[in-house]
Design a protein around this ligand. Structure first.
Ligand code: DP6
Length: 324
């Protein structure tokens, strides 16, 4: 093996039913299943080149050499790919986020999905979609949902083999858009990796996990039937329940900023006034406001009028991870 290269693109995703808490931290086996929508307007492009002259892996993100903890996480993931392929060659990895200019959007899901696809292809593995999803999961749990297209359910499973994502419906199924309200934050937030391992310290996590099959069923049916109101109610409950777990973990995790609450209240008011919108928040202060495309302009204008919002990024549902 001398020089083998591949490039892949993947989209990040926003979860309606969230993954929070792990049964196995190294395999990223989640305590509960989850459902998300890929975000077609945002993408990460990853090129992997295996080169037998390299003595160790090399990583560049947005044209900057990356070392330290981030490098080790990627290099450990490359070890998983090497082990699958029974090879020892090191690789050069170039990753680029094509996100509209603004910080604060997590990219680990799209990055590990694109890396799983480009890395496995470049080393000569031909993996089917479930196998690619399982592999992406080893890098970051939510990345397994960025492999299949559109609206994706991650079956929690109980083993490496049974835990992967599959598509419930393609991106063309429903013209929902995610209007992401970016909130200024100066504080460094705790990584989700550390957060997952604290979930069990919250007295609310066991009930959250126990109720997950019910929420998943409501969410799955709402997507299949394009029932916006049901999706809105169950997604907001799920997001708030996860944040309740975070806030009651020991130590407590508080990802929200004052502007986060301001947006959540404005979304509730807009919905009471008849606008089809709902809000969901990941492990950070930004608020994802979901609406049918026909309401997009109104939703964006409402968000832009709020003083705590620095920018609104809009994305429709996106397709599967693909090779270029
Ligand atoms: C709040 O997938 O980033 O976004 O598996 O440790 O990489 P690791 O965690 P990660 O966790 C995502 C948490 C979340 C909810 C979700 O996307 O389901």
């Amino acid at each position: 093996m001398s020089n083998f290269t591949a490039t892949a693109i993947a989209h990040p995703n926003i979860a309606f039913i969230k993954y929070w808490g792990v049964c196995d931290a190294s395999l990223h086996l989640p305590e509960n299943g989850s459902i998300s929508m890929n975000l077609g307007a945002l993408e990460t492009r990853v090129t992997v080149t295996f080169d037998s002259h390299l003595e160790q892996d090399e990583l560049e993100i947005n044209q900057q050499v990356v070392l330290g903890e981030r490098f080790h996480r990627i290099s450990e993931f490359m070890d998983v790919i090497r082990k699958l392929a029974h090879k020892k060659t090191h690789a050069r990895i170039e990753s680029e986020n094509k996100f509209p200019m603004a910080a604060g959007l997590a990219s680990s899901a799209s990055a590990f999905a694109a890396l799983a696809l480009a890395g496995s292809k470049a080393i000569g593995l031909e993996l089917d979609e479930p196998s690619l999803s399982r592999l992406a999961r080893r890098g970051s749990g939510s990345a397994c949902r960025s492999i299949p297209a559109g609206f994706v359910e991650w079956n929690a499973g109980t083993s490496d083999r049974s835990s992967f994502g599959s598509s419930l419906a393609g991106p063309e199924h429903w013209d929902l858009v995610d209007c992401i309200a970016l909130v200024k934050t100066t504080e460094k937030m705790l990584s989700s990796k550390e957060g997952h391992s604290l979930a069990h310290t919250s007295p609310l996590q066991a009930s959250r996990v126990k109720d997950a099959p019910r929420r998943l069923e409501i969410c799955r049916n709402a997507i299949l039937q394009k029932d916006f109101d049901s999706l809105a109610v169950i997604s907001e409950v799920d997001s708030l329940w996860m944040h309740a777990v975070m806030m009651t973990s020991i130590p407590a995790l508080m990802y929200w900023e004052p502007a986060t609450i301001q947006i959540l209240k404005a979304v509730a008011t807009a919905r009471n006034e008849g606008l089809s919108v709902f809000a969901t928040v990941d492990a950070g202060p930004n608020v994802h406001v979901i609406t049918p495309k026909s309401n997009m302009n109104e939703a964006v204008a409402m968000l832009q009028s709020l003083p705590g919002v620095i920018k609104v990024i809009v994305s429709p549902a996106g397709g599967r991870a693909y090779l270029v």
